[in-house]
Design a protein around this ligand. Structure first.
Ligand SMILES: Nc1nc2c(ncn2[C@@H]2O[C@H](COP(=O)(O)OP(=O)(O)OP(=O)(O)O)[C@@H](O)[C@H]2O)c(=O)[nH]1
Ligand SMILES: [Mg+2]
Length: 243
């Protein structure tokens, strides 16, 4: 996170991580499509013709909190193909939160696991413990047939410590929900570290509602967060970490 006290500006970096072709770029495109004009900047993508991200994608979103604080969210995707290992390490540097986009297809189970370990290693290389990184997991491509079942994912979610969301990114389903879930995790962590409420009069609940609204959501933040199929919140993870 970068704080500019003079201009009262906060810049947050969020990263969509995951195996090749899991739908990271599609998630970003769906977020861009959902965001209103005042909020969104230009979506930058650099892809080959067959949908493979070459370097990274970046979507800038900008908000002004009612307390007067300007909040910039820079949302990146990493290139999932194995050959782009060094780029992923670079992109994840300085991340405030990560959404892991998993591919629900049974054939991709191994790739998901490898990518998750790659995330852990790349955070470690940047001196960050995965357990302390605000994180949500999204199982994407729920529209396909040969996928891991809802029961299996619920079981996985119950074992793990991250909130898990289901999505069909090509139809925009579950995309904003996963993103709000990620922001919620990220904000609980930043508030705990930086005391934003006291320093800036920043109200994270109000801010999340503002973001949800500008992404076209008509449900309350609590309802949106309630669409997650399991896992613990950042607060609970922190508590767990202290034991
Ligand atoms: N059926 C289905 N296809 C999807 C879904 N989400 C993404 N796709 C397709 O999967 C392919 C890969 O999507 P991308 O978003 O480019 O994947 P990526 O994770 O950015 O891939 P890399 O950049 O190589 O890491 C595209 O053809 C998408 O249209 C989904 O929910 N359902
Ligand atoms: Mg991509």
């Amino acid at each position: 996170m970068q704080i500019d006290f003079v201009s009262r500006e906060l810049t947050i970096k969020l990263v969509f991580y995951g195996p090749a072709l899991s739908g990271k770029t599609t998630n970003l495109q769906a977020l861009h499509a959902a965001a209103d004009e005042k909020t969104t900047g230009r979506l930058m993508t650099l892809e080959t013709r067959d949908d493979r991200t070459l370097f990274f994608d970046l979507l800038p979103l900008a908000f002004r909190d009612a307390g007067g604080l300007a909040v910039r969210l820079k949302v990146f995707t990493v290139p999932g193909q194995v050959i782009h290992a060094s780029t992923r390490r670079l992109v994840v540097q300085g991340a405030d939160g990560v959404a892991f986009i998993a591919d629900s297809q049974t054939s991709e189970t191994q790739h998901n696991a490898e990518s998750f370990m790659d995330l852990r290693d790349n955070l470690k290389a940047n001196g960050i413990n995965l357990k302390r990184m605000p994180l949500v997991i999204q199982f994407n491509k729920r529209d396909l047939t040969d996928i891991r079942g809802d029961d299996e994912i619920a079981k996985l979610a119950a074992q793990g410590s991250e909130p898990v969301y289901l999505a069909v990114a090509t139809q925009g389903i579950g995309v904003v929900e996963s993103f709000i879930g990620l922001l919620h995790q990220t904000w609980s962590s930043l508030e705990a570290q930086h005391d934003l409420r006291r320093k800036f009069g920043f109200d994270s609940g109000r801010f999340l509602a503002r973001v949800a609204e500008s992404l076209g959501q008509r449900h309350s933040v609590a309802e949106i967060l309630g669409t997650c199929v399991g896992g613990k919140s950042m607060d609970e993870r922190r508590e767990g970490g202290r034991q």
